[in-house]
Write a protein that binds this ligand. Structure first.
Ligand code: PBG
Length: 323
C-alpha cells in the first residue's frame, strides 16, 4: 500500500504550471469604460475608476491596448437635463455617446467595441425602459426603442451590442433590426441571466442612475437558477451570440450551469459593487488587493466564463504580463 500524495503535483513552480487547469489571458478581459461630455471625474465608490472625457477615454484605450486588452464596453454618462421619461436622447445619432463610439472605432479599428443597449443612462427614473403612470416598466414599447438604439450604435461602429435591460424578446427584435439595416455582422452580447442585485451601486453612482424603486420586475430573483436556463434558451433561440451572467462572483453556479447547457460562449460581469467590496477591504489593509483580484478573476474563469467584464482589467493585465 502507498499513500496517495497529490502534493507531488504541487512540488515546484514548473510542476504547478504543468498541472494548472485554468489560465487567464489579457485577451479574456473586457474593460468597461464610462464616457462623459464634461471633464473627467472620479467615481468615489469605485476607487481608480473615472468618468472619462473623450480625450482621456482615447488615452485610456491606448493604455489598455498596450496591455493586450482587446475589448472594451462603453457606458455613457448623460447630463440630467438630457434625461427624460422615455430616454429619447438614446436615439439621437449625433449625441456624444454615438460620436464616442465612432471616434473609438476610427482611432482603434481593431478593438472589439461593445456598446450598451439599455435606457437607464437616459431616463430620469433610472429604469431600463419606459414606464407607465403607475411606474410599471413597459416591455414591448421599450423593446422597440432598444432595437432602434442598436441600429444607431451599429451605424456608429459598434462590433457588438450588449442589451443589459432584461426585457422579454429584445434579443430577437435587435437581431431583426440589425439584419434589416445591413448589420448582419454585428453580434449580440446578451445580458442573459442578469440578477436584481445589490452589487451595482458604484455603477449607478457613476451614471446618476439609481432607480426609483427596484428592478425586480425585470431583473432576475437572486434565489433562482433554473430560470437562468430558461433565459439562456430564449436568448439563444432569438439569436444571441454570447450569453452573459451578471454579477459574477455571487453567481458562479449560474456560470457553470450555462456553460453546460449552451454551446455559446459564456461571459461574466464582475460588477462595480463586487469590485468595490474588494477594494475597500484592501484599502483598510484587510486583504491584499492584487492577489485578491487575480484569485477572483481566475475563479470566474474556472467556473466557466470565457470572457470577463472587469474594471480592474488594466491592473490584471499588468500582473499577467509580469507573470
Ligand atoms: C443597467 C446596467 C447596470 C449595470 C450595467 N448595466 C446597473 C443596473 O442594472 O441597474 C451594472 C454594472 C456594474 O455594477 O458594474 N443597464
Amino acid at each position: 500500500m502507498f499513500t496517495a500524495r497529490p502534493r507531488r503535483n504541487r512540488k515546484s513552480d514548473a510542476i504547478r504550471a504543468l498541472v494548472q487547469e485554468t489560465r487567464l489571458h489579457a485577451a479574456d478581459l473586457i474593460y468597461p469604460l464610462f464616457v462623459t461630455e464634461k471633464e473627467s471625474s472620479p467615481i468615489h465608490s469605485l476607487p481608480g475608476t473615472t468618468r472619462l472625457s473623450i480625450v482621456d477615454l482615447l488615452k485610456e484605450i491606448e493604455r489598455a491596448l498596450k496591455l493586450n486588452i482587446q475589448s472594451i464596453a462603453l457606458f455613457p454618462v448623460i447630463d440630467g437635463d438630457k434625461k427624460d421619461l422615455f430616454g429619447m436622447e438614446a436615439l439621437n445619432p449625433s449625441h456624444f455617446h454615438q460620436k464616442a463610439l465612432s471616434r473609438i472605432k476610427q482611432e482603434f479599428p481593431k478593438i472589439c467595441l461593445i456598446s450598451d443597449i439599455a435606457l437607464d443612462p437616459y431616463t430620469k427614473h433610472g429604469h431600463d425602459g419606459v414606464i407607465d403612470e403607475e411606474g410599471r416598466v413597459l416591455n414591448d414599447p421599450t423593446v422597440e426603442i432598444l432595437a432602434k438604439m442598436a441600429v444607431v450604435h451599429a451605424d456608429a461602429g459598434a462590433d457588438m451590442v450588449a442589451p443589459s435591460d432584461m426585457m422579454d424578446g429584445r434579443v430577437g427584435a435587435i437581431r431583426r433590426a440589425l439584419d434589416a439595416s445591413g448589420h448582419s455582422t454585428v453580434s449580440i452580447h446578451a445580458y442573459c441571466a442578469k440578477y436584481a442585485s445589490a452589487f451595482y451601486g458604484p455603477f449607478r453612482e457613476a451614471l446618476s442612475s439609481t432607480p426609483k424603486g427596484d428592478k425586480r420586475s425585470y431583473q432576475m430573483n437572486p434565489a433562482n437558477s433554473r430560470e437562468a436556463l430558461l433565459e439562456a434558451q430564449l436568448d439563444e433561440a432569438e439569436g444571441a451570440d454570447i450569453l452573459m451572467v451578471k454579477p459574477a462572483v455571487h453567481y458562479l453556479d449560474i456560470i457553470s450551469k450555462l456553460k453546460e447547457v449552451s454551446k455559446l460562449p459564456i461571459s461574466a460581469y464582475h460588477t462595480s459593487g463586487e469590485l468595490a467590496m474588494l477594494l475597500a477591504a484592501a484599502e483598510r489593509g484587510w486583504l491584499d488587493r492584487d492577489s485578491a483580484l487575480l484569485e477572483t478573476t481566475m475563479s470566474i474563469k474556472r467556473a466557466g466564463a470565457d470572457m470577463i467584464f472587469t474594471y480592474a482589467a488594466p491592473r490584471i493585465a499588468e500582473m499577467l504580463r509580469e507573470g
